[in-house]
Write a protein that binds this ligand. Sequence first.
Ligand code: ZN
Length: 143
Amino acid sequence: MNREVCETVNTTHNKQKIVVRGYLLVKDKNRDESFYWCCEQRDSRNCKGRAVTTLEGQIHILKKFSEHNHAPEASRVDVIQALNNIKELASQTHEKLSQIIHDTAIEMPEDSFYYMPNSQALRKQILHIWLRNLPSQPQNYKK
Ligand SMILES: [Zn+2]
């Protein structure tokens, strides 16, 4: 069987999510190295799509996948990945924000780009990351 690697995304709400075959799933629970995920649309669409992955080092390998009652939402996944990318870049460099946003935007499919938050909202998020990464930041502030 092919090893199917799944990409995880960290959302602003600190809830771990994972992308499996174009679907976005939210972490339900984990037991040791086994992670159980359920569809992000579980409540809104009553979707029973689920996935099980095994964590090997830093990567999630897909073990089980159950069908969803709706189509994958590529645009949403693109947006979340792009936001992740922007945040990661932002935490590594103090390049100009507009440059970071621009670089990410040109790598995105055009259709998906329309779903991105506006650049003002993005700037806020990035500034937040920078502030959090300042060495003088007191450690008792934890989200
Ligand atoms: Zn689903």
